[in-house]
Design a protein around this ligand. Structure first.
Ligand code: NOJ
Length: 560
């Protein structure tokens, strides 16, 4: 397999609104990020993925862009951006921008023109359709609830919005739209940025026959996913984008691709395909989702999670490349979801989860605060929540009498996006040191126990553990390039695997439970020359590992 810098990198995601506020207006900003670059340098990451910083009315916190070449005024100015880029580069840190081009904001100049009349030159920049007998053109449900179609009285047609009605979908069938996108990408790359994370990029090609989907019992709309995920022209569009733009730069690219399978991922990321470096898959994030999706919480088993992650490891072994993540701005905090956020086990389980992910093959992503073991939050009232997905779902489920308020709030505490969006916990001062103003969303009340300052000072902290994992990856190419093999597939407590590169072998053992569990070394593995690389408990390094008992959430990595 070809060796490249982006396979060897660790990426750190910043959600600028919640990272660091430099001017005390309660909203994180670019100068705030610049002021914390030394912290990120100390952690050891290579690339920052910046969630959107472009001009936006903030219907979906910047994922609704009204000008792709301007900075959101709340975040600062273009000079602030240039300074951030320069200061990051000085420290050897690259910057990957979020590219949100499945849709724009309805306040983008293109859309304002498009909706002004049917014969406007930008009409076909978006997807307009007539209704069917007074109803929407299709029965598809928006990812943010309700119909994907919004009626516009001026021209008496509907426009498509897979997300909120303030996020109209761009019409990628129109070559002029594609050219506009390639031009703006080129403009940013020429400024010196180092890559793109492409928002829902596998939604840009829609089935042009726009068929209705099947409406499940008790629902008003259908899941139209099969008509817009990995659509008919997606690979053609990405290859064109690659040829027109990406291939001209030495950059990192990752596509966000909900609903992607390993076969499709190989098409997006195969080394001869000339599309993307890697994709974000979502299968492991759907563990515990019921038939009605993410708000419908169901029990889950470790074997389900393991088989998904291992399947991705094995399938992309020869060609293509994985991204590795537990957390991002759309997911709850992993220590609360797959670990244990009680005082007793939070640190130990956060370290175990980090090990499990960072020892796999792929490029690891750390979401801000994950390196501190930041947790989910439980705000008592829905009025304290800001996320449009959560608020729309509340209307749909609670106001629409499909779920009790208590049941819905439990789901929000478990899976809601605002769990990841509470301000970064810098220190134990007011508002966790994030702002001296009023934060746009409340701080998690546990910031006195969980904050960066305390953890940087404590060599046994989750922060230092992440730092060590990152260093291990830099010093051991088996972690980057080794083959993956799962052990004990049917075990409901332990996730164990090996990584092998030439004559080097790693053994990774993770106890996902609060119980003591037995580990037996498979007979074809040998522990005579073992060397402990990292562990989250004190371990007697000479002790045999042929058969031993793992403590709650214990993890160990051996070179064997
Ligand atoms: C995926 C982004 O990660 C999410 O935050 C956003 O709401 C949607 N795409 C729409 O842009």
């Amino acid at each position: 397999m070809e060796r490249t810098w982006w396979k060897e990198s660790v990426v750190y995601q910043i959600y600028p609104r919640s990272f660091m506020d430099s001017n005390n207006d309660g909203i994180g900003d670019l100068k705030g990020i610049t002021s914390k670059l030394d912290y990120l340098k100390e952690l050891g990451i290579d690339v920052i993925w910046l969630s959107p910083i472009y001009q936006s009315p903030n219907d979906d916190n910047g994922y609704d862009i009204s000008d792709y070449q301007a900075i959101m005024s709340e975040f600062g100015s273009m000079e602030d951006f240039d300074e951030l880029l320069e200061e990051a580069h000085k420290r050897g840190i690259k910057i990957m921008m979020d590219l949100v081009v499945n849709h724009s904001s309805d306040e983008h100049q293109w859309f304002l023109e498009s909706k002004s009349s049917k014969d406007n030159s930008k009409r076909d920049y978006y997807i307009w359709k007539k209704g069917q007998d007074g109803k929407e053109p299709t029965n598809w449900e928006s990812i943010f609830s309700g119909s994907v179609w919004e009626y516009d009285e001026t021209t008496e047609e509907y426009y498509l919005h897979l997300f909120s009605k303030k996020q109209p979908d761009l019409n990628w069938e129109n070559p002029k739209v594609r050219k506009e996108v390639y031009d703006l990408m080129t403009w940013w790359l020429d400024k010196g940025i180092d890559g793109f994370r492409m928002d829902v990029i596998n939604m840009i090609s829609k089935d042009q026959s726009y068929p209705d989907g099947e409406v499940l019992e008790g629902k008003k709309y259908a899941d139209g996913g099969s008509y817009f995920l990995n659509g008919p022209r997606i690979h053609e569009f990405l290859q064109e984008m690659n040829q027109e733009v990406l291939s001209k730069y030495d950059i990192i690219t990752v596509g966000e691709t909900p609903g992607v399978t390993t076969d499709e991922a190989k098409m997006y990321t195969g080394s001869k395909r000339n599309e993307l470096n890697m994709v974000f898959q979502f299968e492991h994030m759907t563990v515990g989702n019921g038939p009605d999706g993410k708000w419908d919480r169901q029990p889950w088993k470790l074997t389900e999670l393991k088989s998904i992650l291992s399947h991705w490891q094995v399938e992309l072994e020869e060609d293509g490349w994985n991204s590795l993540y537990w957390d991002n701005h759309d997911q709850p905090r992993v220590v609360s979801r797959f670990g244990n956020d009680s005082d007793e086990y939070r640190e130990i389980s956060a370290k175990m989860l980090a090990t499990c992910l960072h020892m796999m093959k792929g490029t690891p992503y750390i979401y801000q605060g994950e390196e501190l073991g930041m947790t989910n939050v439980e705000f008592p009232s829905i009025s304290q929540y800001k996320d449009i997905e959560t608020l729309n779902a509340y209307e749909d489920y609670v106001t629409g009498n499909r779920m009790s308020e208590d049941e819905f709030m439990e789901a929000v505490y478990y899976i809601g996006r605002d769990n990841a969006r509470t301000p970064f916990q810098w220190d134990e001062s007011e508002n966790a040191g994030f702002t001296k103003g009023t934060p746009w969303i409340e701080v998690n009340p546990n910031f006195k126990q969980i904050n960066a300052q305390a953890q940087v000072e404590d060599v046994n902290s989750v922060f230092h553990y992440y730092k060590k994992l990152i260093q291990l990856r830099k010093n051991n190419s088996v972690i980057v390039y080794g083959n993956f093999e799962e052990l004990m597939k049917d075990d409901e407590s332990i996730y164990a695997y090996t990584r092998t590169l030439n004559d080097e072998k790693l053994l990774v053992i993770c106890n996902f439970t609060q119980e003591q569990v037995d580990f037996k070394l498979p007979s074809d593995l040998n522990d005579t020359n073992k060397q402990l690389l990292i562990s989250n408990y004190d371990v007697n390094e000479n002790e045999s590992i042929e058969h031993f008992s793992l403590r709650p959430y214990e993890t160990r990595v051996y070179k064997i």
